[in-house]
Each structure stands twice: as structure tokens, then as C-alpha cells.
Design a protein around this ligand. Structure first.
Ligand SMILES: *[C@@H]1O[C@H](CO)[C@@H](O)[C@H](O)[C@H]1NC(C)=O
Ligand SMILES: *[C@@H]1O[C@H](CO)[C@@H](O)[C@H](O)[C@H]1NC(C)=O
Ligand SMILES: *[C@@H]1O[C@H](CO)[C@@H](O)[C@H](O)[C@H]1NC(C)=O
Length: 440
């Protein structure tokens, strides 16, 4: 009996023996075809249902973005299953998948020398471009990769390619920091790591070793790395020993605040790939080792309602009806709850900490920041974080370039090579590097 079963499973609908031959020879194959067709149609429909997400036609390469999003979503779902089965934390599993697909070991070419080393105990990957003949000392950028404080690596193909392009085109030294991630560490350990590696690098003897011009160093990062870069910039500016160490800061679609998850861009991009709103809120909760039970309440701004005393004054600092242009705000209403869930800020006070939300810093901190570049994308929940920071910096007297991409989506700048090459990926990267070339 079990043999029959096996045969049936292996042969699908084709099992004949020990039955007598069928009367009409054509029938089984027609039946088989029909069922295969049904099966195939069902699979295609299922795949299409899984992959298809409504996207505005103005986004760059929408079909490619849908596929990329479907791959990323399946990796997230596999990781959630692994978590559910108690095999590993879902973020560890997801990062394992990401890093196994794209890890690159240190390498060198005629244009760039790449080395893995550590700066005061923090791993870094250093990309050394060749100096221009007329300038023996090189420019330099400290780069902090993105990934929700939990994912990616300086060593994956995407960041390796970005930093290589920067080193080559700017004839510069790029230090890409391999800081520790959630869930191994939480806020503020990520900040400690990037501060430590950067302070080590900024020592005169280390700069000399890499032939770096101490007056031409920038700090930069994308997404959660843009958050860490902005925080580092503010902290170094308040440290008398380190003041004016950076000539520029360049923030790529940075995460800058956790007080309002209903800015117009959060409302507009609730379900936009690569970063739907609930995913961003979960990254925040994970950064502080908080409970996912708060996510739904945070999505409706219950954590910063009017009865949460600590939040009220800070919310006024990012009043987007004042900070954003009317062209953006006109179709949106602020979401301000009268009564909310005071327990959230009691349990996760770090949500209101300027070291996690550099957008709420005092004016006095902002006014001494270096010349700033902020890149924003239209199809990104974080668009308005970037625009509001640009506005606050500008009001504080800082020179700011806001580089907005109408067809951009969150994360696009690292997607420049086949098969994940996007036209907007190449354009954002070129624009970013061009600004650095002209301002660093
Ligand atoms: C934001 O500014 C508007 C216009 O001045 C004001 O009516 C509103 O109360 C402010 N909101 C907050 C949260 O401060
Ligand atoms: C938000 O806060 C209100 C008032 O405390 C509460 O009734 C509501 O359930 C909260 N919403 C969520 C999603 O937790
Ligand atoms: C991606 O790369 C392939 C192969 O080089 C090329 O044919 C295609 O046009 C590129 N697509 C975009 C959107 O740049």
C-alpha cells in the first residue's frame, strides 16, 4: 500500500498499475494537460498576487522594484518562520540571508586598495583610491551603511561597490564601518562603535598613515547609517577636542525621528517598498529592545499624544505644518491624539532621545554643523524626515543642499549594478558623488 502511495505521489496523476489500461488512450494525457494548466495558472496567479503591489507610475523601473520587493519580503517571511520555530532571531536569520548572498572579501584593483582592519576594536573596511598627482594628500569620507541598525554589512557587494566608486572617483580614502547590529547590541552601542572607529581614524598619525588631508574629511551614511552619521556630526560638534573635524556631512534618505509616524511622506508611503511604515516602526522598536506590542499604537502616534508631557515640547520642534512646503502638506492632516498610551514612552524613553532622533536637537547644536547634503526620495516614508532636517539646518544658518528624486525609492542608491540596477540608483549615486567632489 505504501508503495502505491509513493508511486502516486511521484508520478502525479499518471499512476496506472495495478489498474487495467484505460479505454481511451488520449484521455489521461488530456486530463494531465488540463490539470497541469490549472496548476500552472494557479501558480502564476499566486506568484503574480505575491509579487504585484500597486506602485505609482512615477517610480523608477516599477517592475524591477516589485521583484526586488518580493524577494526581500520572502526573505523576511522565511526569517519570521525561523524565528517562530525558535531556531534563531528573525533579524539574525534575515541578515544571514543578506550577507550570504552578497559578501565580498577584501580585494584590490589598479584603482583602489581594499583592506579589512580594525580601528580601536571596531571592524572597518578601508578603500584607498590613488591620489591625484597634484594633490599628495587625499580627501576622505567615513561611511556608515544602512539596514535599520540591524542588517547589512560594509562587506556586502552593494556597499563595497558604492565605496569603491567613491574612492575611485574622488581619489579618496573611504572608511566603511562594520558596527555591531541588533539583536546582538542595541541603542546606543551602534553609536559607540561608530564614534570609536571615527575618533581613532581622526588621530593625526592615523590620517598621516593613510595620506589623508585633515581639513577635507566628510561623514556620511544612508538610512539608519544616515541617522548615525547625523548623530555623530552633532556629538563631535559639541566636543571641544573634535570641533570642526568634518568639512561636510552627507545624509542619504536618513532616519531622523521617531515622534511622528504620520508625516505626509509616512502617510503617502504606508505600503511602499522597500520600507513600509510598519517595518520602519519595528526597526525603531528593535533598536531599543522594545516590545512589538507597541507597534500598532505607535503607528497612530499614540506614543506622542497630547497627554504625554515629555513629548509635547519636542513635537512642536518638528511641527511639519511649519517645516514642510505647502505643496507637500496640502493633502494631509496632522495626526495628533489627545489621549494615547503614556506607557510607551515610560518603557522606551529613548524614542525621545536626541541621540536617536537628531531632528529634535536644539538650535544651538544645529547652527555649528558643517555644510550638509541631504538626499531624499519621493517614494519613501523618510522623505519628510530629510526635508524637515534640511529646513531646520537652513534656519540655523547651515549651508544645505537638498537633492530630491521624484522617481526615487528608499534604498535606491545602492542598487546600481545588474540584476538590481535601477536608473534612479545610478542617478542618485552620481549626484551624491558629484556633490562630494565639489564640496569636500
Ligand atoms: C503647528 O503649527 C501650527 C501653525 O502655527 C499650529 O496651529 C499647531 O498647533 C502647531 N502644532 C504643534 C503640535 O505644535
Ligand atoms: C491609543 O490610545 C487610546 C487612548 O488611550 C486607546 O483607546 C487606543 O486603544 C490606543 N490605540 C492602540 C492601537 O493602541
Ligand atoms: C541594467 O543592466 C542591464 C545589463 O547591463 C541593461 O541591459 C539594463 O538596461 C539596465 N537597466 C537599467 C534600468 O539601468
Amino acid at each position: 500500500m505504501s508503495g502505491w502511495h509513493l508511486q502516486k505521489l511521484a508520478g502525479g496523476l499518471e499512476v496506472a498499475s495495478p489498474r487495467p489500461p484505460r479505454p481511451h488512450a488520449g484521455e489521461p494525457s488530456r486530463g494531465r494537460m488540463r490539470s497541469s494548466c490549472v496548476l500552472l495558472t494557479a501558480l502564476v496567479a499566486l506568484a503574480a498576487y505575491y509579487i504585484y503591489i500597486p506602485l505609482p507610475s512615477s517610480v523608477s523601473d516599477p517592475w524591477k522594484l516589485m521583484l526586488l520587493d518580493a524577494v526581500f519580503r520572502s526573505a523576511q517571511q522565511v526569517s519570521n518562520l525561523i524565528h517562530f520555530l525558535g531556531l534563531s532571531h528573525h533579524l539574525l536569520a534575515l541578515n544571514f540571508i543578506i550577507v550570504s548572498f552578497g559578501k565580498k572579501s577584501a580585494w584590490s584593483s589598479a584603482q583602489v586598495k581594499v583592506t579589512d582592519t580594525d580601528f580601536d576594536g571596531v571592524e572597518v573596511r578601508v578603500f584607498e583610491g590613488f591620489p591625484k598627482p597634484e594633490e599628495p594628500l587625499k580627501r576622505s569620507v567615513v561611511y556608515i551603511h544602512g539596514g535599520g541598525w540591524a542588517l547589512a554589512s560594509a562587506k556586502i557587494r552593494y556597499y563595497d561597490e558604492l565605496c569603491t566608486a567613491m574612492a575611485e572617483e574622488l581619489n579618496a580614502v573611504i572608511v566603511s564601518i562594520e558596527y555591531r547590529l541588533v539583536p546582538k547590541v542595541h541603542f546606543p552601542a551602534q553609536i559607540h562603535d561608530v564614534v570609536r572607529a571615527t575618533k581613532y581614524f581622526l588621530q593625526p598619525e592615523v590620517l598621516q598613515k593613510y595620506s589623508v588631508d585633515p581639513g577635507r574629511i566628510g561623514i556620511s551614511g544612508d538610512s539608519a547609517g544616515g541617522n548615525l552619521a547625523a548623530v555623530l556630526s552633532q556629538q563631535f560638534n559639541q566636543d571641544a577636542n573634535l570641533k570642526n573635524k568634518f568639512k561636510v556631512q552627507a545624509l542619504i534618505y536618513p532616519v531622523l525621528q521617531a515622534l511622528d509616524f504620520n508625516t505626509p511622506s509616512y502617510q503617502q508611503n504606508v505600503n511602499t517598498p522597500i520600507l513600509p511604515r510598519y517595518v520602519m516602526v519595528k526597526y525603531w522598536v528593535d533598536y531599543f529592545k522594545g516590545s512589538y506590542d507597541f507597534v500598532q499604537a505607535m503607528i497612530i502616534n499614540n506614543h506622542t499624544s497630547l497627554d504625554v508631557g515629555e513629548a509635547v515640547a519636542l513635537r512642536a520642534r518638528l511641527n511639519w505644518t511649519l517645516l514642510l512646503p505647502a505643496s507637500i502638506t496640502k493633502n494631509y492632516k496632522p495626526v495628533v491624539q489627545t489621549t494615547g498610551s503614556a506607557r510607551i514612552i515610560q518603557e522606551i524613553p529613548q524614542l525621545l532621545d536626541v541621540r536617536s532622533a537628531p531632528l529634535i536637537a536644539d538650535q544651538e547644536v544645529l547652527q555649528h554643523l558643517p555644510k550638509t547634503y541631504i538626499l531624499t526620495c519621493e517614494h519613501d516614508v523618510l522623505r519628510d524626515d530629510g526635508i524637515m532636517y534640511a529646513k531646520r539646518l537652513e534656519s540655523a544658518g547651515v549651508e544645505v543642499t537638498l537633492d530630491h528624486f521624484e522617481d526615487g525609492f528608499h534604498g535606491c542608491m545602492i542598487f546600481t549594478s545588474w540584476p538590481t540596477n535601477f536608473s534612479v540608483g545610478i542617478r542618485t549615486r552620481n549626484s551624491y558623488i558629484k556633490w562630494l567632489d565639489q564640496n569636500l
